[in-house]
Design a protein around this ligand. Structure first.
Ligand SMILES: Nc1c(NC[C@H](O)[C@H](O)[C@H](O)CO)[nH]c(=O)[nH]c1=O
Ligand SMILES: CC(=O)[C@@H](O)COP(=O)(O)O
Length: 222
């Protein structure tokens, strides 16, 4: 059964955790200890661009060839989405693993390029190096709790070897990043490659499958 939630009940349920900027640019609700800290840390405190934009979409009936209305139900409610254009005053930390550095450096380059393309200022980005992907979570958690950043981008490259070590490191990296986000309340973005071989990693670090660091940075902005 589909769950239908109106924007009003969504807002009243989440206003303690999130701030919202309506499409008219007005802040409609805004609080939480981290966000307050962020507000203090922000160079331009009145910039609330990191908050989610609430965009109104007009109800419309998408009629399928069989004559039935397809997503009329979802089209009838307001949708909430992040913005990749309102970046003024956004601050990011990037936690990057030194292990497989020839890959993680490329991912980092991709991420910094994306930040630049989205007008995030160099002085609003801190890069913190850790030994391996296993250590990313603990540092991301600490940075998240500092209240200085709007999102933490986590970068690593775990490449399968001969033993089950790969599973331990990649699963720990994923759950570490997840826990860091949940416990700090600051989005911690998973930009850790988990690859079966070196080729896969190279392809995803600026090769033929793109640059996953760049993609993860866009997620952080959003
Ligand atoms: N094998 C990989 C590691 N291993 C190192 C661990 O992340 C960790 O630093 C060590 O176990 C000490 O706690 N790290 C990666 O990022 N990628 C690997 O492929
Ligand atoms: C992440 C890994 O599995 C790797 O670096 C360790 O390789 P191995 O399993 O051959 O010890």
């Amino acid at each position: 059964m589909a769950l239908s939630v109106s924007i009003d009940s969504f807002l009243s349920n989440h206003q303690s955790q999130l701030g919202f900027v309506h499409h008219d640019g007005q802040v409609h609700s805004f609080r939480s200890s981290n966000i307050l800290n962020l507000q203090k840390a922000s160079k331009t405190p009145k910039s609330l661009s990191f908050m989610l934009s609430v965009k109104e979409s007009k109800p419309h009936n998408a009629v399928q060839s069989n004559g039935r209305s397809s997503f009329a139900q979802t089209a009838a409610v307001k949708h909430t989405t992040g913005s990749v254009t309102r970046t003024q005053g956004l601050r990011f930390a990037v936690v990057v693993a030194r292990f497989n550095e020839f890959i993680t450096k490329q991912l980092l380059e991709g991420a910094l390029g994306t930040f630049k393309n989205h007008s995030v200022q160099d002085e609003d980005i801190d890069v913190v190096w850790v030994p391996g992907s296993f250590e990313i979570g603990v540092v991301a958690n600490r940075l998240g709790k500092s209240g200085r950043y709007h999102a933490i981008l986590c970068i690593g490259a775990v490449i399968r070897g001969d033993t089950t070590h790969y599973d331990a490191v990649s699963n720990s990296a994923a759950s570490g990043v997840l826990s860091a986000g949940l416990s700090s309340g600051v989005p911690c973005i998973f930009g850790v490659l988990t690859c079966d071989n070196l080729d896969q990693a190279i392809n995803r670090a600026g090769g033929k499958s793109g640059n996953k660091g760049a993609e993860a940075a866009l997620t952080a902005v959003s």
